[in-house]
Write a protein that binds this ligand. Sequence first.
Ligand code: ADP
Ligand code: MG
Length: 463
Amino acid sequence: MIVMKFGGISIQDSQSIRRVCDIVRDRLPMHPVIVNSAMGKSTRRLLMVAQSAARGDADQAGKTLDTLIDYHRALIQELLPRFSENTLSRQMDLFFHELYQLKDGVAVLRDLTPRSQDKFLAYGELISTSILTSMLQSMDIDAVWCDARKLIITDDRFTQARPMVDITYDKLCETLLPLVDAGKVPVIQGYIGATREGATTTLGFEGSDYSAALVGAALDVEDVQIWKDVPGVMTADPAIYADPLTVKKISFDEAAEITFFGAKVLHPSSIAPARQKGIPVHVLNSKHPEHPGTTLSADGAVSRHPVKSITYKRPVYLLSLRNLQNLPFYDFFKMIFDDLDRERLTPYLVNIAERSVKMVLSTSDNLQHLIDDLDNIAGINIMSNKATVSVIGETLVEYPAIASRIVDSLKDIPMDLISHGASNMNTTLVMDADRVETAIERLHHEFFRDVDPEVFETYHKGN
Ligand code: ADP
Ligand code: MG
C-alpha cells in the first residue's frame, strides 16, 4: 500500500489532471490511497471570497466566487463532458450552493472568524477530490471519495488545527483498510479535518503534505509519495535559480531544515508522522513520473559533498533590542521571550550579545504589539526588506572550511548577521532582500560545481 499526494499545481488544468490519473492508474498494483490539495490556486481564491465578504464587499466576493466556480465547471466540462446527469453533478451543485450561502452569511455578519474561514477553505479540497474521484471512475478505476472531516479528527485551533493522532489513526484504518482490501482506491482531501463535534478545521499552510504523512503512518504504508511540479527537493529553488540539481537522497533532518529555512517544497511537520514510523517519503515530479525524484529516509546520504541545498526566506524582519535600563540580562531576556510568546511570534534566528539581542522574524504580524509592549525596556530597531540565505547539510560542522568558503564567496555582500545554526546543519546569513539572487548564484557555484552523482542529478528544464 502507498499514499500518493498531489499538490495544487499538479492538478491545475485538464492536462495535468489527466496526467495525474494516468500516474495513479500505473500504480494500481501498489494499492494507492490518494490525498489531494485544492486545484491550482483555489485556496487563495476562496480566501479572497471570504475576505471580500467580511469587508462587506458582496459584489467582489460574488465575482471571485463566480470565477472560481466557472473554473471548476470548465474543467469538469472538459474532463467529464457527460457528467451532467450523475452524482458528481449533484455533489458540485451542493458544494457551490453551500459556498454561496456561506459567502452571504459572512457578508451579512461582516465578520470572518477562523472557524468560518476553515469552513470556506475546505471546499477547495472537497471539490478537487470529487472531480478526481469521478475522473478515475471514468477510467474504470474503482475510486471512492472519502470525507476527511470524518477521518482526520483535530483540536479546535481553527486555521492551525492539530490532529488527535490516536483517534485519527483508528478512524483512518477502520474506513480505508477495508476499501483498499476490496481493491478500491480511496481519495481523501488533504489539509482539512474536523473537530470531534464535526466543525471543519484546516491544518495550516501546506497542510496537505501533513495529511499525506498522517494517512501513511496510520495505514503503515510502504511509501508516502509527494507529487509536485518540480523534480524533487533541489539544491536551490528553481523559481529563482536557473540551474539547480535534484538531491536524490536526503535525510528527514536535512529535509526539515531545508523547509524550515525557506524552501516551501515540503512542510516541516509533514515529515513527522512518516518519520516516527520509519516510512520512506519520496518527492516526485508529476510531469516526469519516471524520474526517481528525492528519497527521504532516516539516514539520508553520506556524501563527500556535505552541502545539500541553499535556501532563502524573503522578506524577513531583523529586530535589534538594546537593554536600555541595564536590567540584569536574565530579566531582559525573559521579558523579551515572554512577550514573543504572548504575541505568538517565533524568531527563527537569535543572536545574543552582552547588552543586546538580535532576532529574525519571518512575519510582521503583531510586530507593532511587540514594540509597544517592550517600548520602555528596550531600544528597538526593525529592519524590513531583509532576507536570509541558508546553506544546509547534515554534516556541515564537520567541515570547518565551509564557513570560510561561504564568507569568501559573498565577500562584497554586506551581512547583518551570520549564524552557524544550532542544529549544526545550517549556516544562515541575513542580508538585504535584493541580494538573494546573487548570493544563491555564487554559493551554488561554489558548492555544486563538481558533485557526487550518487547524491545529485542534473535537472534539465523543460525535460
Ligand atoms: P504543492 O502545491 O505541490 O505542495 P509547493 O508549491 O508547495 O507544491 O512546492 C513546490 C514549489 O517549491 C516549487 O514550485 C518550487 O518553486 C518551490 N521550491 C522552493 N525551494 C525548493 C527546493 N529547494 N527544491 C524544490 N522546490 C523548491
Ligand atoms: Mg505544498
